[in-house]
Write a protein that binds this ligand. Structure first.
Ligand code: BGC
Length: 459
């Protein structure tokens, strides 16, 4: 049954379509002694912040096991590998480079190229150096200059070999989970700070874009977590619109040169006057990108509060959208993943179409898509049929968007291997490889076997 579905899907994927897997530094690397401290190290030390008490070490001990992990990627047959650089590993916060850290990423990048895999580098996947947090982190008015120095160091060292660059991963998460609420590091819990952090993240993106262009880096871009905001009820249209504007349109408007919308400024006036906006920075932010990454997991559904208790998915909460009018609730539907996230591939097609309209003429990539399920290791195998179906459904949804004219050029499965799922710790497993906490063994799940087959048929 699955075999015929794999064959049918593979036949829809064009030969030049980029197939890859993704990871992020803090979630897999371990070896925190080899680098400076980050906000996630600090956050993880506070009891209760991470559900199972996981800390940076050992994670997947990837720094010490990089050769084996490279061989897994080769065996999987992917075209590309998306990883992130740990800022405090290459520049511990004092603007001084750390040669050992740079050496690690050189080994990783060279190892990928030797195996015929394109390196896709994300500059910032949430692990800011603690020293920069001490001066305000994303609220410091000069933070874009620090990010620019960091971009310079990365470009000088890696621009000759990296195939694609993402400046930021999901700035919405950094700003609203880390600053507006306390769900993620640094855990400020100040709604007004969310707006400013979001803006300053984007000004850092703009500054880094200029550096990457100066160094003639291949394909600079950014990865955003975008999704469809669905409501079937006119009574909550205003709430859905507000959520859509913070989740999706704010970032795309800035990239498209439309600035911050008057409507958003008005709706958030109780929190901020947006006086931190700088016209020159707006211009930098709007310079053309070569690709846009979309990280997609689940839709957001909004229903009237009067409609009885609906189930909200993990992380779907109105506190993440300061200024949302009263009277609505989040309402996800079955079927759901272990994160409580609704599985609804049609929404991915819609997200791609919507994004192509809001930011036209930019090649799109699914820079992340995947799911956590309650995997069971039985006799050395993991039959994760739920995840196999998830991938088949969502890859088909991407092809549906392509058939409808959306210029989507690649897909990265999240994630190569089980890792620290941020505040959820190690208990939520997103990998296509199972990582055994006892001995760090990497065991291919059925979903890895499926992905390998798709890659093979796509050669
Ligand atoms: C992030 C990943 C994370 C995944 C699943 C994305 O928001 O970029 O780091 O593990 O979603 O929650």
């Amino acid at each position: 049954m699955t075999d015929s579905k794999i064959a049918a899907l593979a036949a829809r994927i064009p030969e030049d379509f980029d197939l890859g897997v993704a990871t992020a530094s803090w979630q897999i690397e371990g070896d925190s002694k080899g680098r400076g401290s980050s906000i996630w190290d600090d956050f993880a030390k506070v009891p209760g912040n991470i559900k199972d008490g996981s800390v940076a070490d050992p994670a997947c001990d990837h720094v010490n096991r990089v050769e084996g992990d490279l061989d897994i990627l080769k065996d999987l047959g992917v075209d590309s590998y998306r990883f992130s650089v740990s800022w405090p590993r290459v520049m511990p916060g004092n603007n001084q480079p750390n040669p050992e850290g740079i050496g690690f990423y050189n080994r990783l990048i060279d190892g990928l190229l030797e195996r015929g895999i394109k390196p896709v580098l994300t500059m910032y996947h949430w692990d800011m150096p603690s020293e920069l947090q001490a001066i305000g982190g994303w609220l410091n008015k000069d933070i874009h200059k620090h990010f620019q120095n960091y971009a310079n160091l990365l470009a000088e060292n890696f621009a000759d070999r990296v195939g694609m660059w993402a400046t930021l991963n999901e700035p919405w998460v950094s700003a609203y989970l880390g600053y507006a609420t306390k769900l993620h590091a640094p855990g400020l819990g100040n709604p007004a700070a969310g707006f400013e952090a979001g803006y300053r993240l984007m000004s850092a993106h703009g500054a880094a874009m200029s550096v990457l262009r100066e160094h003639k880096a291949n394909m600079p871009g950014i990865a955003l977590n975008l999704t469809e905001v669905i409501t079937e009820d006119e009574r909550v249209r205003a709430q859905a619109d507000h959520v859509d504007s913070l989740q999706n349109r704010f970032w795309l408007d800035l990239l498209a040169g439309r600035g911050v919308s008057e409507a958003l400024i008005e709706r958030t006036s109780q929190f901020t006057d947006w006086s931190f906006i700088d016209q020159a920075q707006l211009k930098d932010i709007a310079q053309p990108i070569d690709w846009l990454g979309i990280n997609y997991y689940t839709p957001i559904r909004i229903a009237p509060a009067s409609e009885g208790d609906q189930k909200a998915a993990l992380g779907q909460d109105f506190s993440l959208y300061p200024g949302v009018p009263e009277g609505a609730q989040m309402a996800s539907r079955e079927p759901r993943t272990e994160m409580g996230w609704e599985i609804f591939p049609a929404s991915l097609t819609e997200t791609l179409k919507q994004t192509a309209e809001r930011l036209p003429n930019i090649p799109l990539y699914l820079s992340e898509n995947g799911a956590a399920f309650d995997d069971q290791l039985v006799d050395g195998e993991i039959h994760d049929q739920d995840r196999v179906d998830f991938y088949l459904g969502h890859l088909n949804a991407v092809m549906d968007a392509k058939d409808q004219g959306v210029d989507v050029r690649g897909y990265f499965a999240w994630s190569l291997m089980d890792n620290i799922e941020w505040a959820e710790g190690l208990e939520k497993r997103f990998g296509i490889y199972y990582v055994d906490p006892k001995n760090q063994a990497r065991i291919p799940k059925d979903s890895a076997k499926m992905f390998k087959e798709i890659c093979k048929r796509n050669k």
